[in-house]
Write a protein that binds this ligand. Sequence first.
Ligand code: PLP
Length: 422
Amino acid sequence: MVVERGEGPYLYDVDGKKYLDFNASWAVANTGYGHPKIVEAVVNVYKKLTALSFTTFSSELVVELAEKLVAITPGGFAKKVLFGHSGSDANDGVVKLLPFYKKKPRIISFIGSYHGQTMGSYSVSGHKAQSKLTGLPNVVKVPYPYGYRCPFKNIEGQEECEEACLDFLENYILKTIAPPETVSGIIVEPIQSDGGDIVPTPRFIKELKRICVENDFLLVVDEVKVGMGRTGKMFAVEHSNVEPDILVLGKPLASGLPLSAIVLPAEIADIPEVSHLFTLAPHPASAMAALKTIEVIIEEKLVENAATMGEYLLNKLMGLKDRHEIVGDVRGRGLIAGIEIVKSKKTKEPGTKETAKIVYRAWELGLITAYTGMYSNVIELTPPLIISREHVDQAVEILDQAISDVEAGKVPDEVVIRFAGW
Ligand SMILES: Cc1ncc(COP(=O)(O)O)c(C=O)c1O
């Protein structure tokens, strides 16, 4: 599909076909496409100053944004912000800074996680799609509580799986191969999105924080995908009432312009020996886009809308689970939801090909979605936060039709052969 333009929750291809976008460019377009307030402000900045390297000069907009992020993110301690272009480079910065600051080499991350493509962020990632390349040797990966398919045998249910994962980390890993005196921090996604839109209970992150405090290492929360209002709170970690030591932001932060932010203790940001500098980050236009994005999210009550529409969406998705044998599980928080496709509810065998076909068929019917998961069998929904009930109704109706068509064998294998199974 070759995209020509976007408007609100819609994308238009070069042939003029209109699509309802429930992917939002992978959770980037939280404010919808082409919000006039953001576009106008960005254009004005770019007209005044097309290039500025923050490595040499300062910019009022960048400073204003840093102050804003420090003010709105959880954490009452002295914080600073390091900017970059992408979620990958931000997580890479964490991988550089954390062991150096704590003088402890190891980082703990989760199997199934996705933190990016650069070497450091790739190394802490634990997605199956990244399993062919070995990364840095200082990372220990532990199971994430995937309640529907708990990695520990004979454990059923989300809470039970969380308990098993926490116990494995605290009473096995930290007591054997990664003693606390070698660990500088844990990096975690509050909802493991690319790993299959796995939604832990709020207690899970709270418990991770406790483990960090008790063992003298830091909690890094990667909200590149789920931050900025998506989960029905401005930051997903707020559901757990936890102050992360480091919060990583990206994707929707500047409504589509390249920008990432590590919000971290000033003490770490000020380490003179380890830098996190990029010639072009942050562009003042990106900083303006982020300031306006935050303004729009607050003024238009998009956090509240994400909570309300998210609940409405999840209820409707439950209906799909009741109606279709191949819908094994649905889960979500706010406006991020996952529909896990299986061959049958009883066997839970992942329906990888079926998932790709549903996404393809939904696209034909005018709805854009994507799939995630360790078995590429979870349809992910991350619509813009501006959507209404009508958009949810339309999306679920199309999904219902697409699932029925796949169940009825109406979508041939050939159409998905080239892209099934990331
Ligand atoms: C949780 C999370 N962290 C980091 C990244 C990497 O961000 P980027 O693609 O902007 O480098 C992603 C991208 O999908 C993500 O979902």
